[in-house]
Write a protein that binds this ligand. Structure first.
Ligand code: ZN
Length: 310
């Protein structure tokens, strides 16, 4: 049998971050302003280390480069996905991402960014920013120039268990009191549209108004998701999204259930509970990859996971 590839997360301190990556997930975080756990990442800004087994101590980027057979020989210079857990103690800036075409022209050949959010937890009465209220680019430019942010920005209620697909060109922001699991294209290109006029170290953070206006889709159209539940004997599989970059599902296991790994590779993140995979203990906060050809796997316990693949 092939080894499961367990990963050590990389943590990012952020002005808006908190301590829930420690209190809720048990991670050893650098400070009480830790905003992001890069849980499955081969990005140069946070490359995960393999925790155990034959490849212990190696980086995920190195496995992608030198052992492509683990990933079913999938194409690409870089590992295609990035999975994060985000703890927003306060509001994140309002931002937008380019698509692949715009990023390749304006960001030195980088990929664009499509991302999706599974809401792990959120305070009562929580809110989230998705979309805007300008009817066309002209109105968008005018509202930005006139600082009519409250009119422009579209704020929605959010609750635990919600799921959102954020296409390139979608204005979005996580607001304070929310913890999410994000699955995204492997890209770090973000254009900041508005930062609530906050100061960081006495100065406002840089905004990218022109690039934001270039890429924001007008008018905003909600990208619906197609959530669908499949009941198995001891588990429920909920399909959350399939798009050109990834498929994401939620697995809720109660007892002992066998699944099949028939994808180039499967990323799994434990978001609740504890149990085992093929007899190996797994707990909330563990992230691992089942390599190509892994075959059947058995999850046992009372445990919830987010699974993704290309
Ligand atoms: Zn984003």
């Amino acid at each position: 049998m092939k080894d499961i590839i367990f990963l050590e997360p990389v943590f990012k301190e952020m002005i808006w971050g908190g301590n829930r990556l420690k209190t809720d997930f048990g991670y050893d975080i650098p400070s009480d302003n830790t905003g992001e756990c890069w849980a499955v990442s081969a990005h140069a800004n946070g490359d995960c280390t393999i925790r155990s087994g034959k490849f212990k101590g190696e980086k995920l980027s190195g496995l992608w480069k030198d052992h492509r057979e683990l990933f079913g020989g999938a194409d690409g210079d870089t590992f295609p996905l990035l999975v994060k857990i985000i703890d927003a103690k306060t509001d994140l800036s309002i931002q937008v991402h380019p698509n692949d075409e715009y990023a390749s022209q304006h960001e030195k050949g980088s990929l664009g960014k499509t991302e999706c959010w599974y809401v792990l937890d959120c305070e009562a009465g929580g809110k989230i920013v998705i979309g805007h209220n300008a009817k066309d680019k002209e109105e968008l430019k005018t509202m930005i120039a006139d600082h009519r942010w409250n009119e422009l920005i579209r704020v929605l209620p959010v609750k635990k268990g919600d799921f959102f697909q954020i296409e390139p060109g979608t204005v979005h922001a996580i607001k304070g009191g929310t913890v999410i699991l994000e699955t995204q294209q492997n890209s770090d290109i973000t254009y900041r549209l508005y930062d609530y006029d906050r100061l960081s170290g006495g100065k406002p953070r840089e905004l990218h108004i022109d690039k934001s206006i270039d890429v924001i889709r007008c008018p905003h159209a909600d990208k619906g998701t197609d959530r669908q539940e499949i009941k198995l004997e001891h588990a429920v599989v909920e399909k959350l999204i399939t798009c050109q970059y990834y498929s994401v599902k939620k697995l809720s296991v109660d007892g002992k259930q066998v699944f099949k790994q028939s994808e180039p590779f499967t990323i799994l993140s434990v978001i609740e509970g504890e149990g085992s995979i093929d007899g190996e203990k797994i707990v909330k906060g563990d992230h691992f990859i089942l390599p190509a050809g892994y075959g059947d796997y058995c999850l046992e316990g009372s445990i919830q996971l987010i699974a993704s693949h290309i």
